[in-house]
Design a protein around this ligand. Structure first.
Ligand SMILES: N[C@@H](CCC(=O)N[C@@H](CS)C(=O)NCC(=O)O)C(=O)O
Length: 308
């Protein structure tokens, strides 16, 4: 019997479907149909936040690619050959040459297509010889990696602990369960506040300036899915201004900065164009909310491990 997670809507819907169809068209019309070693092939799942990271980068930079929908829970031969971990996203960059791990793929795309705007990391000048002169840019790149790591090692696990939290079933436990749920929410909020405080004060993105970057892309898919907490758990991840009124003043300032960042991210075409219809996400996140999901991520979260 296939695992429960394999039961999902087979293809992208809504605006994400338009993107998939359009990319198929671009691919066909690129004149590169036969240059099999050229086109990038993204093995993707429409629902997957790790895929969305890479998809956002491809869309933002306007890199031609072929979108190949796979159900990663079936571990098909093509996927396993390209990625022995059997996870999406997997990116075939040439026949027989594939890469995986969403943050590695983001860096690969930036290094391979540095001239396509936006730059996802600041360009480094003067590294032709042995001496790097652009210390500021190197420093900022390193900071970007710190905060991408923060997202993967702190934000995402806390996101899952909150969504997969199960209230106790014994009578008299309700108060306690509510407190524990709020504890998970506050733990998650704590990481978002830490992230917000590390942002450039003006932004609107993580670093100064109008261009979305790698840190923004690394966290965006989980923030775009915050509705799951309201829907399944009855808690709000980011307090709205009126809810935050009782919060510490410097927390409210950090939330205001976070909301500004979120609005900037949500306004990107790339974001809108990689989202499917909510009704198809619901059964998938229901399994996480009930803690019955059997994905590698769900199991890792359950046993206290990090992102697989
Ligand atoms: N560390 C990986 C995680 C990727 C991942 O967990 N992808 C999920 C879909 S969202 C998957 O392929 N799951 C298959 C499984 O759990 O068996 C990355 O950053 O790319």
């Amino acid at each position: 019997m296939p695992m429960p997670d394999a039961n999902l809507h087979p293809v992208a819907t809504g605006l994400a479907k338009e993107t998939v169809d359009l990319d198929a068209l671009t691919y066909r019309n690129s004149g590169q149909e036969h240059a099999a070693e050229q086109p990038l092939k993204l093995f993707a799942g429409w629902f997957c936040p790790f895929v969305q990271r890479v998809w956002l980068a491809l869309e933002e930079k306007g890199i031609p690619y072929q979108y190949i929908e796979v159900n990663p829970y079936y571990k098909g031969e093509q996927l396993m050959k390209a990625n022995p971990r059997g996870l999406v996203p997997t990116l075939e960059v040439a026949p027989g040459k594939a890469l995986y791990e969403s943050t590695v793929l983001l860096q690969y795309l930036e290094e391979t297509y540095p001239h396509r705007a936006p730059r996802l990391l600041p360009p480094v000048a003067g590294d032709e010889g042995n001496v790097v002169q652009d210390h500021e840019a190197v420093f900022t790149r390193a900071r970007a990696r710190i905060w991408m790591d923060f997202v993967t090692t702190r934000v995402i696990p806390a996101w899952h602990r909150l969504l997969q939290f199960q209230a106790g079933t014994q009578r008299g436990n309700q108060d306690n369960s509510k407190k524990m749920l709020e504890g998970k929410r506050d733990e998650y909020r704590g990481y978002l506040l830490e992230f917000a405080r590390a942002m450039d004060p003006e932004g609107p993105f993580f670093f100064a300036g109008d261009e979305i970057g790698m840190v923004d892309i690394a966290i965006a898919p989980w923030v775009l899915r915050h509705w799951v907490f309201d829907h399944f758990k009855g808690v709000t991840a980011v307090p709205e201004p009126e809810q935050a009124a009782g919060e510490k003043e410097d927390d409210e300032a950090a939330w205001a900065r976070f909301r500004k960042w979120r609005a900037a991210v949500e306004s990107r075409d790339s974001v809108k164009r990689t989202e499917s219809e909510r009704e198809h996400y619901l059964p998938i996140y229901q399994r996480y909310a009930d803690d019955t999901a059997q994905s590698e991520m769900a199991k890792a979260s359950r046993s206290g491990r990090g992102v697989p």
